[in-house]
Design a protein around this ligand. Structure first.
Ligand SMILES: [Zn+2]
Length: 262
């Protein structure tokens, strides 16, 4: 074990790649590789394969090495949404510099009746989360009047920080679509290790389009929640939890790269 810390009610443990491989599936434990701060700083090449990632969870999100698109993990399959939103299935040997997954075992379910946008839906989801559980994984299957998503272009080294690259992102409106939102909620006090608040990726039912979700108009759907207070993070060489600096404006940078610019 490299590092361990209790951030209020979220227990965070840093693991080596070998330790992660030894853990396997654990219900209600979230697993990730690297930190969002390292990604913001341009650490776009990780050491974990999607095959290794899938050993610890079957639902999640992230990106692949070189910041090559948006990663969606659903029912144990890994997909990439490329810069134009098109989806391709990814092999187990693809590497990821940042991803988080859950071995999805929902404890709560709720029918959602729209119209509902991102903020309205996530407020509903917040009421499903048991107290003492600051994090959760979520899956929403639904019918949407609109999904606004984005993806990012693959980068070549030397890598620029994410806040510079985000100007090259492409935002697209998927229109009327049926599909699935997957993602996580982390408390603001975990920001830097993770994205604070809700972070969602979308993939349509035909597995043809998707991306990082900016906003949507949900008509109706079903939400499933898997609460957690355990986050186990695999740290690639050169990255550690001790370098997380909560005073350097990470929140502002995350807002810039993860949220709707307008
Ligand atoms: Zn994302």
């Amino acid at each position: 074990m490299l590092d361990e810390r209790q951030i209020r009610s979220l227990h965070v443990e840093a693991l080596t790649r070998e330790e992660l491989a030894a853990e396997g599936h654990e219900p209600h434990v979230l697993h990730q590789t690297s930190t969002i701060q390292a990604l913001l700083d341009g650490a776009y090449d990780g050491d974990l394969t999607l095959g290794e990632l899938r050993q610890t969870g079957d639902l999640g999100l992230g990106t692949t090495n070189g910041l090559d698109g948006e990663l969606i993990v659903l029912e144990g399959c890994c997909y990439r949404a490329s810069i134009d939103g098109s989806i391709e299935r990814l092999d187990d040997d693809v590497l990821t510099p940042f991803a988080v997954v859950a071995d999805f075992e929902p404890t709560g379910e709720k029918a959602l009746v729209g119209p509902m946008n991102f903020d309205q839906m996530t407020s509903e989801l917040d009421t499903l989360r048991p107290s003492g559980m600051p994090s959760c994984a979520v899956r929403v299957d639904g019918s949407f009047a609109q999904v606004r998503a984005r993806s990012v272009p693959r980068q070549d080294p030397p890598y620029r920080p994410l806040t510079e690259i985000i100007g090259d992102q492409r935002i697209f409106d998927l229109g009327e679509v049926e599909g699935t939102l997957v993602g996580f909620r982390f408390p603001d006090f975990a920001e830097g290790i993770e994205v604070g608040g809700w972070h969602l990726h979308f993939i349509d039912g035909d597995r043809t389009v998707g991306g990082h979700v900016m906003d949507f108009d949900l008509r109706r759907g079903t939400a499933q929640i898997d609460p957690s207070n355990e986050l186990h993070a695999e740290m690639p060489p050169g990255i550690d939890l001790g370098s997380i600096d909560s005073d350097r404006g990470v929140s502002e940078q995350i807002s810039k790269v993860e949220k709707d610019p307008g």
